[in-house]
Design a protein around this ligand. Sequence first.
Ligand code: PMP
Length: 457
Amino acid sequence: MLTNLQARDVATVLHPYSNLATLPEQGTLILERGQGVFVHDVDGKPYIEGMAGLWCNSLGHGREELVEAAAEQMRRLPFAHLFTGKSHDPAIALAEKLKEIAPMEAAKVFFCSSGSEANDTQMKLVWYVNNALGRPRKKKIISRIKAYHGVTIASASLTGLPNNHIDFDLPLSSVRHAACPHHWRFAHEGESEAEFSARLAAELDAQIEAEGPETVAAFIAEPVMGAGGVIVPPEGYFAAIQPVLEKHEIMLIADEVICGFGRLGEWFGSSVLGMTPDTVSVAKALTSSYVPLGAVIIPDWIDDALKAQSAKIGVFGHGFTYSGHPVAAAVALKTLEIYEREDVFSHVRAIIPQFQRRLKALADHPIVGEARGIGLVGAVELVADKRTKRSFDARRAAAAKAVALAQDEGLIVRAIGEAVSICPPLVISEAEIDELFDRLARALDRAEEWATREGAR
Ligand code: PMP
């Protein structure tokens, strides 16, 4: 039975990423407030927010300083834009700060409001810049199977998940997907991580040769694949991939939308995974998700090409009303200030061993095939048969069942296919990590009982 609020919800709100056929019976979990790593539903029940919302609420709830930063900016100058020769100081200061911390030699920062817009912008820049550089055929972008880069037409094309393509008439014809670097699932029998990385690099090289290197412009990658199921690249992966890209003059775009700002214990995941990107997309934890903001950070050579193009054709015809929104920029500046002042990433580095130990211990659970993760992000992949790695029948929706049971236990985690993902706020304490995994373990025990009872194994 749905509550009145649930009934009003499913009658009116078109819910993203939901089964629209079953949601009207199931109803939604309606949240009302949050404090720290906890959120409370409308009945007052508390939950550990084990996903930091959507991998984004890095500082947790109830940060008065962020509220104040937004309020102060709203009082002073709630809106101003960056078009046609205008600017404002929050955008300037934020661009300076992002340049300073970027994982490569950065020249400029383009602002937008989301990760999808950032990656859409990346694709447009790749096309525009290659036209500016007199290489009009060099336009294809290679992404990877199971990558997640967003849902706009360009970024959904880059995303490598069937649900984002089927019946949306995507991907765009200029996008290709290379193999997914998931060792546990896709390595050959007896193949080491390093051998798997070398094979994927050789396959990428062959794929580029088949396409024609003069037609391939960019390769886009998350340091750690997030919404595709938290897939940590195998040992030596980027070290093997990058020389292939360099050989064919293919630029590397790092999608740092999840990994950026401390998720792996450093400012950027690129530096942890040995990526040397040409450009970077950021969003989410840039503002601790208190307000929407995304950005693309570009190097000199792209900036120069953009200037040359403007000299030729006039205006750079790209930009959003909310590019560099002053309230979002002010909240981002305060968020970055808090990361530094409170040394949040040192805290993350200190708690990573405990988080990973508790996560990896779940590998012993009878319905867990793999417990994987790095930094403060992880997933457990559920299997019907541990030995053969056979998944549950997809119609059983085993991971979704485990997530529902976790919710019952007072823990919010997320099902991605057969994986249950975990990505808590960066400020989570050791005691809260223990509580999170205690609740998850209870949910997995109950999921195992359910699977046995239902004959799903
Ligand atoms: N890139 C990555 C790596 C993401 O995880 C996401 C969102 N989960 C996006 C891009 C898209 O961001 P948004 O939902 O803000 O458009």
